[in-house]
Write a protein that binds this ligand. Sequence first.
Ligand code: HEM
Length: 457
Amino acid sequence: MSSVLEGLFRVAFRGRLRRFAGIPGPAPRFPFGNLLDFVGRQPWEVLADYGREYGGMSLTWAFGTPVVVLNDPGLIGDVLDRNHADYYKDAPGAALAPVILPQCLFISNGPAWARRRAAHPMSLPDLDAWLDAQVPVLRAELEAGVDQLVARSATGPIDLTDAVLRLTFRAFARVTWGEPFDDADFDRFMYLGGVGDRRMKNPLLALLPPLAPRFWAERRAWYDRFDRLIAAAQNPAPHRTDLLATMVRRGSPPSPDEFRALMANIFYGGAYSASSCLATTLYLLAQRPELEAALRAECAALGVADRAALDAAPLLDGVVRESLRFLTPVPAYGRNVATTRSTVLGGHTLPPDTIVVVTNWLLHRSADYWTNPDQYDPHRWTSGAAADAAERGYFFPFGRGPRRCVGMRFALFYLKLAAAAVYSRVRVEPEPGVAYKQAYFFGVMAPRDLRARFTRP
Ligand code: HEM
């Protein structure tokens, strides 16, 4: 049967197969191509399998559409960095535009992307000064949030991913908008995120705008809130250090629509991925009491840290980097070859608009590059053993090249401060014997079904 379906596929897509001849990959079958490989599995696990089986450049098929999969640091560097101008970002534009707005940096291309990247709040030339000013604000917000988690888990374990996501959402609101957001805001954020997530997972949904009236009502309420906050911040009080006030004071913002989209997207751009990393860290450290004790001691010594102290805490830095390596929050994303010309990649000519998928999942765990890759070992960073991993292209949790995560510095700062707030105040006790399971939401890998108690040490 399978060879009949393979034969049918060859007949149906003979021309396309010829254009991609020579790129190894699993045999496609009519009508799904290789899509059935992905049923019941996380996509990054399948992409990693392709890397193990077929090498750094492989070919898979979504129905009759060819998809080039990259697991090789050099080829990934070609696409994301050296030859980035030969590619553009197609997915997940259509799926996400109704949720994150078309003016958002994440889904922009060409000159609009360049303008928005330069105007993005996280591209501030004096980002350092802004980050410095956030230490006391963020620390206070995080400590209050952590105390709430202790109270919430007094009667029993709570969902770890949800708890950390709420903490992150509130912290991001405080430093970007200068005021707290509440549970109703969080629910709206999750509802709209859920719509975006379903549209990303089901390309058919992305062909049309969302149809549910509730979506449009929630979206209006979500963005009206930002319009009001922006309007009210035109003469910000001198004590305000939040990102909105800082941007308004700087002057020359982009157009109002772009400004709103860039600011508002800090939630969707960063909260899922940063909270995934933090929740993963809390889980992993609970499995390693000796590491947790060492981190607790380091955090206690930090006191009311400033940013220099935070950056000088080696284990904190190693723990965050190792979590980003070990269970990376953004394991795969795509590019398309430019629509007007073909390009050469790895010795193969790729026709215009070919889909290319980049993944770091296998490279972050490859024995070709890491000693004991399947061991969670923050000391590989503190000892300097992994110092050149990013430069050599096998560690890239934030992407590579000009479209590398614009929020990277803020994310690292947040993750360290949040971990310090947790380990200087509380103990995290996940339910014993529960294995780490992965979920996929809004393009982000996060732990699921983990419950934990937050207690006083
Ligand atoms: C641990 C946390 C984070 C991870 C792992 C992460 C990962 C990534 C990755 C891999 C990309 C590149 C995607 C691509 O090339 O297609 C990216 C881009 C981006 N990230 Fe992050 N991110 C994180 C936090 C944040 C935060 C906190 C923000 C906002 C403040 C943010 C905003 C963005 C934006 C706007 C882009 C698009 C940049 C562009 O296209 O020029 N991210 N991120």
